[in-house]
Design a binder for this molecule. Structure first.
Ligand SMILES: [Zn+2]
Length: 89
């Protein structure tokens, strides 16, 4: 059932004049998007290192400390969307 919620209506009204903007592209976010739009989310440079044994993050620890697994969710490059998100966080 769809219940009427005054707080949701108020939020939608405020969003008309002050929309939440995507950290990546600056476009207005749709309902259900919190910080980043679906387009930017799909275009993030994911590493998939969690599926690669001996990945470059693990290699950085070799000979320094004992680790069983290491990973990174995203690639990091200067002036990339990943850097933008890191600064926003
Ligand atoms: Zn975006």
């Amino acid at each position: 059932m769809n219940k009427f919620k005054p707080t949701e209506l108020f939020k939608d009204f405020i969003n008309l004049f002050y929309p939440k903007l995507c950290f990546g592209c600056g476009n207005a976010l749709f309902k259900g998007e919190k910080f980043i739009c679906l387009h930017c989310l799909n275009n993030l440079a994911r590493t998939k290192y969690h599926t690669i044994e001996g990945n470059s993050v693990e290699q950085r620890f070799y000979g320094k400390v004992e680790v069983q697994h290491a990973t990174s969710f995203l690639y990091f490059e200067k002036k990339s969307m990943t850097q933008k998100f890191m600064h926003e966080i």
